[in-house]
Design a protein around this ligand. Sequence first.
Ligand code: 5GP
Ligand code: ZN
Length: 113
Amino acid sequence: MSDCLFCKIVAGDIPSSKVYEDESVYAFRDINPMAPVHILVIPKLHLESVNAVNTANSAVLSHIFEVIPQIAKSEGLENGYRVITNCGEDGCQSVKHLHFHLLGGKKLSESLD
Ligand code: 5GP
Ligand code: ZN
């Protein structure tokens, strides 16, 4: 999608600190990290949010969850980590391209709200 920030990052039109890339997934460091490790893992395919997942495109989601433990291991998160996706207005989703926050490198807050 031409007007999407994360599509522009995938295309290389906006620079990012890449940590992983394959044919369908891209991962890069969050510009405003909330933890010592804060990586965004996204499908290259533009999907607006979890709400856009369907049987035709859901294979990329299982692939993302294969990739996440590999990234976590390479980032030294042996003690654990958190994966979050925000959806829509009440979920405080600010970028309308599906992304998973991978957070770790410290003991995270127990609060999820
Ligand atoms: P959301 O609030 O939509 O769940 O998360 C969007 C995330 O994207 C935020 O954590 C924000 O810091 C990050 N972000 C926004 N713009 C950029 C950018 O241009 N580059 C990078 N690396 N991260 C960004
Ligand atoms: Zn996009």
